[in-house]
Design a protein around this ligand. Structure first.
Ligand code: P71
Length: 471
């Protein structure tokens, strides 16, 4: 069998192949468009992939948020919605699931992650205070700023380097944090904002050792520690894989141990928790719970639905239990890594190690001839769409926004185009198509030019900004 070319994934990676722990019961047709149609759609969308109609998208990797496939059990749960205004049975199922798998005592439902971020920021942050965190996330930081806080990045330096192979690039740099505490005083830090995994760093995990040490530091200064648990299940997978002593522990056990070092968490249930809409906040302190529960009725809805229908809460409660299945998490993360390994084999610059939910292509290295002020990552997302109808998202200078003090563009070290993989939606063949399209625009990279921004909204500008090609 010399020169045998066809090889299974398992053979290529020197192991037995594994497959997704599900089979497909229902399909949703998708449509490939013509180059002409894509040209028109993109111009209409101002070169911003957020402004495309999804009907005109072939493989949609804009986000892994709310885009996953629910299971048959979750759809059955939809039929069991108890649409009572107050005290819905489904809320109690949700509360039970969060308690069981995340371990927090008190649960406040919200319509999605940013609803939870709004509440916790409003309740805990006083104007003039500082909120340290392991790299910013767009909505998280905005709510902290709107509450009068200043976000301070205390992630380890390795996180800002797309090629550094540190296994836990999401870790907090405890020295940076302590310097901040000494500079501004512990009383001016309402809480530490910890995310597992770190989205903007490329889906990079935090180690158990780091959260343990962080807890000890917070205790020393009496500062609470709150977790963005949006992709914490994926974080648990990396701990299981990479951290000594966790190989034989289940994802569920690791998740619970990690959360146990924190005082509370907020959640965009649209990711790890496998639902199309929903979120929650959970805390251990009863006074804080009272304050949050009082605030939720103003902005989200009653404290037993928080903006979700009863059926949404039922699907979410079931999603929480499915999310911690070890085979599910492995196949989810490994699918992302499969796409990463194809791109790496063609020397296409991506953030490494590959994280949990997405491939992040390094637009600085991809388009070294395009200055950051000409939005190389935005230009790459546009090129990819033009080539094949695949939709990704800019995560660079456009996403970073402007400095509230100076009004200038922030210039983040990472200028990335993200290809986020929805959970349980696409197959390995889709990943092959994506990889070949990225290769095609990489081969044509020298002809690609930058963009100029012609419309800029005030908040979260990346959602609605419009661009034109530089002639
Ligand atoms: C993602 C999203 C959705 C999104 C948000 C903002 C810009 C573009 C896309 C949402 C997150 C997240 C983390 C770590 C909180 C939220 C907000 N991510 N924390 O990655 O990743 O949750 O969308 O449910 O309000 O595409 P929400």
């Amino acid at each position: 069998m010399k020169n045998r070319k066809l090889r299974t994934m398992g053979e290529q990676f020197g192991r037995r192949s594994w497959a997704e722990p599900w089979k497909i019961k229902m399909v949703e047709p998708i449509r490939m468009t013509s180059p002409q149609e894509r040209q028109e759609s993109l111009a209409e969308a101002g070169y911003n992939t957020f402004l495309l109609r999804s009907e005109n998208v072939y493989i949609d990797l804009l986000s892994d948020s709310g885009t996953g496939a629910m299971s048959d059990r979750q759809w059955a749960g939809i039929m069991l919605g108890d649409e009572a205004y107050a005290g819905s049975r489904n809320f109690f199922h949700l509360e039970e699931a969060v308690r069981q798998y995340y371990g927090y005592r008190y649960i406040v439902p919200t319509h999605q992650g940013r609803g939870a971020e709004h509440l916790i920021s409003r309740v805990l942050i006083k104007p003039g205070q500082y909120v340290p965190g392991n790299m910013y996330f767009t909505t998280t930081r905005l709510h902290q700023e709107l509450a009068g806080g200043t976000f301070v990045d205390v992630i380890i330096d390795e996180a800002h380097d797309s090629s550094n192979l540190h296994p836990f690039k999401g870790n907090v740099d405890l020295d940076k944090l302590e310097v901040l505490i000494k500079r501004v005083g512990a009383e001016n830090i309402p809480y530490v904002s910890l995310a597992g995994t770190v989205n903007m760093a490329g889906g990079q995990p935090v180690s158990m050792a780091n959260v343990r040490a962080l807890r000890a530091l917070c205790d020393r200064y009496n500062i609470p520690l709150h977790l963005d648990a949006t992709r914490m299940v994926e974080n648990a997978f990396f701990i299981q894989e990479r951290e000594e002593g966790y190989k034989d522990k289940s994802i569920a056990d690791i998740l619970k141990e990690f959360c146990g070092y924190t005082d509370g968490a907020w959640m965009s249930a649209k990711k790890d928790n496998l639902v199309n809409i929903g979120g929650w906040l959970a805390v251990n302190d009863s006074d804080l719970f009272d304050a949050l529960r009082n605030m939720v009725v103003i902005y989200e809805g009653l404290h037993t639905y928080g903006g979700m229908a009863g059926r949404d809460m039922e699907a979410l409660a079931i999603g929480i239990t499915e999310a911690v299945n070890d085979d599910h998490v492995r196949s989810r993360v490994e699918q992302v890594r499969y796409l990463g390994s194809l791109l790496t084999s063609w020397d296409i610059p991506i953030v490494k190690p590959v994280g949990g939910h997405a491939i992040f292509i390094d637009a600085r290295d991809f388009y070294p001839h395009i200055a950051q002020d000409q939005f190389p990552a935005q230009a790459m997302a546009a090129e990819l769409y033009l080539d094949s109808g695949i939709r990704g998202m800019e995560r660079g200078i456009v996403s970073a926004g402007r400095d509230p003090e100076t009004g200038d563009h922030r210039h983040p070290a990472l200028e990335l185009t993200r290809l986020a993989i929805p959970r349980r939606v696409y197959t390995q063949a889709h990943m092959d198509v994506v990889a070949e399209s990225v290769k095609a625009i990489y081969d044509a990279r020298e002809q690609t030019r930058g963009l100029k921004m012609v419309y800029e909204p005030e908040y979260l500008r990346f959602f609605q900004a419009r661009f034109e090609r530089i002639a």
